[in-house]
Design a protein around this ligand. Sequence first.
Ligand SMILES: Nc1ncnc2c1ncn2[C@@H]1O[C@H](COP(=O)(O)OP(=O)(O)OP(=O)(O)O)[C@@H](O)[C@H]1O
Ligand SMILES: [Mg+2]
Length: 400
Amino acid sequence: MSEVDRRLRELLATATLAGSSGRAAAAATERAVTAGGTPRATPRNPYLNRVMIKNAEDFFGRQQEVKRIFARLNATPPGSISIVGERKIGKSSLMNYVYMRSQRQKNLEQPEKMVMVFLDFQQEKDMSMESFVRLLIGMADCELRGRLDVSGCALSLDGVKDMVQRLDAAGLRLAILLDEFEIVTTNPSFDLEFFSFLRYLANHYNVAYLTSSARDLQTLCHTREISDSPFFNIFTTMRLSVFQRAEALELIRTPSERVGRPLAPHAETILGMAGRFPFFLQMACSHALEYLEEHPDGTAPDFAEIRRRFMHEASLHYRYIWDGFDEHERSAVLRLAQGRSIPDALRHVVEELESKHYVEGEGGSPRPFSATFEEFVKTEGVRRKKEPSLLSRLFKRPGA
Ligand SMILES: Nc1ncnc2c1ncn2[C@@H]1O[C@H](COP(=O)(O)OP(=O)(O)OP(=O)(O)O)[C@@H](O)[C@H]1O
Ligand SMILES: [Mg+2]
């Protein structure tokens, strides 16, 4: 039985006994197995990624961010980074890319001295502190591949300290990657002592954290005491946003070329349909590619049809974005979609939407980030007008 198989069995067995973190252990161990990059057959459609990118050849752009993260990890002591970005912007993909063995070899000054542990909390809403510690020590042990034995460390914060001291004595550094970290900061099982302990480790040993969350971590704590704690001062915040234009063009061009159906000639149409959000670009490219496969005769693709299919898939996500807007944001984005002027009172709202790239202001006149999102917003706006607003229902006035 391989070392990884043995660890997977152990982690699953112990995690099940603890009543939690089985899925995380399995996912994390799978990640440890595949961190070197699994060889796999190229799929016919390379744009079907809808969750975290697992293969390096499917990952595009973000080179500046990767450089910045490794520069922090190479520093002594290594620095911590909090990646903050909207849903589906590519946080987990970026973290997993940094975690890949090939990237560590390429970017770390002393890759053999860095122990990296990737903990994903997506499925672990009610995790206990003990499960967290078990996973951390188990994964570190797995990463060490027998170079140093930390499996005997107690399943407590003292045990983690013991492990870090053993790593330190062996001249090893530790980077803990914590995806969806708000699941921990909002979990009452993790108290102030826990966060103070994490800070202590970073301040006294070569330990760094790379976290991801949808909002600033400090706004996502279950108590004021924790959000005010100096733990958060150890982080540099990295805001992850839409692709640069060149990154978007690379995503449109390269995978489609690899499968012999180049989309580069349609890049402007695809950008107009999806904007520069990597998730929507993948969606638009996947429908364009599918269409080309169905029509191999080489006639010009019917982008009205491709757009219809794209909308069918994207509208659920557009609704999520729309539902996340407050009344002012909806009103501002609807005005922009309809080409109406923006009153002074809504100008700061437009600026805020621009900073999140839901609205693009290039050329001086801001518009929703893509033609399809604009269409969605207009449809929603009309629907909304038909339904009287909460205020008008309360005061029995016609809809505002
Ligand atoms: N660097 C990238 N290269 C190519 N596609 C990307 C990249 N980053 C993100 N994507 C696209 O966006 C999708 C979502 O990425 P990912 O799951 O990493 O985002 P996330 O921010 O972690 O999302 P969530 O908020 O749901 O956790 C991917 O499946 C892929 O389609
Ligand atoms: Mg994610």
